[in-house]
Design a protein around this ligand. Structure first.
Ligand code: SF4
Ligand SMILES: [Zn+2]
Length: 310
């Protein structure tokens, strides 16, 4: 099956989106997000590009120019969020400060900031879902890294749709729960249309400001995405982020490239979903952050903890 067929199958099987949805695609400028935007637009979804200017020097500038041109050619609206306007600093400065003050290295800080900004801006844009370009290799890496760190339960709920359908909400106000969801509500009720089952009404945003994240490339190996992007002659950068070095993920990726075939990666992910990932629901509690109001595991979200340090 080709990459488009796999996207269609994943979207349908896991109810990732419907044609009426406003689909915001998180664009990094790389092959994965560029390809998924292209495929979803071709399939007739109402797509909107959302990109964060992280201020990673020339690398960010080239990605921004590429995505501006790409979206224009596809007639897809694009919103570029300026990180300096959002938090007062570019990502390199924030990472350097957090490495020094908290010993946080690798992509942790950047990941927390990106998730926060994407959720906030996707909501502003009226998104029903946020699409990310995570592929099969990313998911297999997550499984392996969690094993190697001895924290297998971190992968609970591994699936092409993550988070919203399994959140256990604490406190807050709201109205109704959606059918088919595993949602558990403590101290209030919630409106989680984001978790509707097949053929139900389109998703709506929930009371915790959480926009459902979905991964249509979940079962597509990185090699297939790369081939697709190259065959389509997308005018994009294939280089890795200049800040992605010396991390656990990069080391795991290197090991996977040398030792695993694509079918092995699929076995790892599907095997995990059948055992831990698909069966054990993520029952950690979430609430609204007391500082920013975004969805949070604790009273204050990770983003606010980070920003307070800078
Ligand atoms: S690879 Fe670069 S852009 Fe991606 S999370 Fe890491 S630092 Fe951020
Ligand atoms: Zn917060």
């Amino acid at each position: 099956m080709d990459i488009e067929g796999k996207v269609v199958e994943t979207v349908e099987e896991y109810d990732l989106m419907v044609k009426k949805d406003k689909v915001v695609v998180a664009l990094s400028g790389g092959k994965d997000s560029t390809s998924v935007l292209y495929i979803l637009k071709k399939l007739g979804y109402d797509v909107h590009g959302l990109m964060i200017d992280l201020y990673l020097g020339e690398w960010s500038e080239i990605h921004k120019k590429n995505m501006t041109r790409f979206c224009e050619e596809l007639d897809v609206p694009l919103t570029v969020v300026d990180l300096k306007k959002e938090i007062g600093q570019g990502i390199c400065f924030v990472k350097a400060v957090l490495a020094k003050k908290k010993g946080l290295t690798g992509c942790t800080v950047c990941g927390i900031i990106k998730r926060w900004v994407l959720n906030k801006w996707a909501r502003k844009l009226g998104a029903d879902v946020i699409v990310t370009g995570h592929n099969l290799d990313d998911e297999a890496q997550n499984v392996l890294m969690n094993y190697l760190k001895g924290n297998v339960s971190l992968g609970a709920g591994l699936a092409p749709m993550t988070g919203g359908s399994q959140l256990k909400i604490v406190g807050g106000s709201s109205s109704e729960s959606s059918g088919g969801s595993e949602l558990e509500i403590l101290g209030g009720s919630a409106s989680l249309g984001a978790c509707v089952a097949k053929n139900q009404e389109p998703r709506t945003k929930n009371q915790l400001n959480f926009v459902q994240r979905v991964k249509p490339l979940f079962f597509v190996p990185e090699s297939e995405v790369r081939k697709f992007a190259e065959d389509m002659k997308f005018d994009i950068l294939y280089d890795r982020c200049p800040c992605a070095f010396g991390t656990y993920r990069v080391d795991t990726r290197g090991w996977m490239v040398e030792n695993m075939k694509d079918e092995d990666k699929l076995k790892v992910v599907e095997g995990f979903m059948e055992s831990v990932g698909g069966m054990k629901k993520d029952d950690r509690e979430v609430r609204s952050c007391e500082v920013c109001g975004e969805v949070s595991r604790g009273k204050v979200c990770k983003f606010c903890e980070i920003v307070q340090c800078v």
